[in-house]
Design a protein around this ligand. Structure first.
Ligand SMILES: *[C@@H]1O[C@H](CO)[C@@H](O)[C@H](O)[C@H]1NC(C)=O
Ligand SMILES: *[C@@H]1O[C@H](CO)[C@@H](O)[C@H](O)[C@H]1NC(C)=O
Length: 337
């Protein structure tokens, strides 16, 4: 139960804020302004949502709400960018196909993309010890390890998981590697970021060490932050639904009984699940929302229609094939790297 997603209000302590909202796809492109700023193309393919001022460089001084003319997120004051790697299927004949994304439960009509949560702690003991803070302009972070290929390496990150969806509402069990059998309704990746900030740095060389996990317990049970990272932040959490249904024919799966899915950088274990975040909310909108009890529909925030979200998109910068069967992954990567 400890990593369970919240799917019903019944689980949720009254008086707290929980934001859950869809962001449609902004672009699928080989750019990574956090880990490889300015590099065109970046080493591997990403799927990106949020404000349309996203580009390869993303200077920390960039005024994201000011420079964006639209956002793909339902809360229209959110010009942040959220991104992850892209899932591929490797057929038995050795060729690759990109796995499409589909809308999450409750968000029919949203053009792929992902679901974003900003959570408060104390969700499971129904006690919040104090308010959580919103991120500050210029804040960014990364979670996960693109080089992790073992469970031990992946266990440094507490909450990067997969769920084999029996239907769109399945949330458990959550596992740390790719499901071993075909999943009837797709594969969900869930990525929860650490919640304790050092209070000083908007970023750090590895994009992670300015953040830490609670010293004991979990964020959900209100576990205390370590002295080195004393500021209790909202928990940022992504859910991505990968539509693996077209790839469930076992005749196309590897003959050795292994599973066929691979991240866009070649990981076929799943242990290298990772995510990137660049904060870009307008003014104090996020803090206002976190300070005003609400569940999913947060009236202090402006919202836009699904149609308006879907209409916001961005052209790809890197021109390469991402829609048909290919001999390699984008950038010449292959499974098993
Ligand atoms: C990214 O956008 C900024 C403006 O925010 C611009 O100055 C910069 O040249 C752009 N970088 C790239 C690589 O497109
Ligand atoms: C490889 O297998 C896939 C899935 O069966 C099929 O769609 C594709 O056409 C095949 N490609 C080649 C080059 O045989």
């Amino acid at each position: 139960m400890k990593w369970s997603s919240l799917t019903t209000a019944a689980l949720f302590a009254p008086g707290l804020a929980l934001l859950r909202f869809p962001c449609s796809q902004l672009v699928v492109d080989r750019l990574d302004p956090l880990v490889s700023p300015g590099l065109i193309p970046s080493p591997h393919l990403h799927q990106i949502v949020g404000g349309n001022s996203f580009n390869a460089s993303m200077d920390p001084e960039k005024d994201m709400p000011g420079e964006s003319t639209c956002t793909t997120c339902q809360f229209s004051e959110d010009f942040s960018n959220y991104w992850t790697a892209v899932l591929y299927f490797k057929a038995r004949n050795g060729t690759y196909k990109r796995v499409p994304q589909v809308p999450n439960s409750g968000f029919n009509g949203v053009n792929s993309g992902m679901t974003i949560y900003y959570m408060q702690d104390g969700l499971y003991n129904f006690q919040q010890t104090s308010k959580v803070s919103a991120f500050k302009p210029g804040f960014r972070m990364f979670i996960g390890d693109v080089n992790a290929r073992t469970r031990e390496e992946a266990e440094r990150f507490r909450q990067l998981t997969y769920t084999c969806l029996q239907d769109i509402n399945t949330r458990d069990p959550q596992i740390m590697d790719f499901p071993k059998e075909p999943c009837p309704a797709g594969i969900m990746t869930a990525l929860r970021f650490p919640t304790c900030w050092d209070g000083k740095n908007l970023d750090s060389p590895d994009h992670m060490s300015h953040m830490a996990y609670p010293e004991s317990g979990t964020f959900e049970t209100g576990g205390p932050c370590p002295a080195s990272h004393p500021v209790r932040m909202s928990q940022l959490f992504y859910e991505v639904v990968w539509d693996t249904r077209p790839f469930n024919n076992k005749a196309d799966w590897p003959e050795d009984g292994s599973q066929p899915f691979v991240w866009s950088f070649g990981d076929s274990t799943g242990y290298a699940n990772h995510a990137d975040y660049v904060f870009g909310w307008q003014g104090d909108a996020l803090q206002r929302a976190l300070d005003s009890p609400c569940y999913i529909n947060c009236p202090t925030l402006k919202t836009q229609s699904t149609q308006a979200m879907n209409a916001c998109s961005k052209g790809r910068v890197v021109n390469e094939e991402i829609n048909t069967w290919t001999e390699t992954l984008p950038g010449g990567m292959v499974a098993g790297m």
